[in-house]
Design a protein around this ligand. Structure first.
Ligand SMILES: [Zn+2]
Ligand SMILES: [Zn+2]
Length: 76
């Protein structure tokens, strides 16, 4: 899988992770490892057990969207 963000910039970079929100591939430059607090039971997508290790990776656009929606911020 290729990085979606890099593809938009005309680059061709292998993805190292998958955004948990939109499911797009992201390279190490474009992934964000969110320290999500207990995001209880309501992940945007259902995670399989073998995806646990990547569950906190989101892409840049989704990170922005999630911040705007205060999903990561308990004191919003
Ligand atoms: Zn990238
Ligand atoms: Zn995303």
């Amino acid at each position: 899988m290729k990085c979606y963000e890099c593809a938009r910039e005309g680059k061709n970079t292998d993805a190292v992770g998958i955004c948990i929100v939109c499911g797009r591939g992201v390279c190490k430059e474009h992934l964000i490892r969110e320290e999500t607090p207990a995001w209880e039971g309501s992940y945007p997508i259902e995670l399989k057990s073998d995806q646990e290790h990547i569950k906190r990776i989101v892409c840049v656009p989704c990170h922005v969207a999630l911040k705007e929606n205060c999903l990561f911020d308990e004191v919003c």
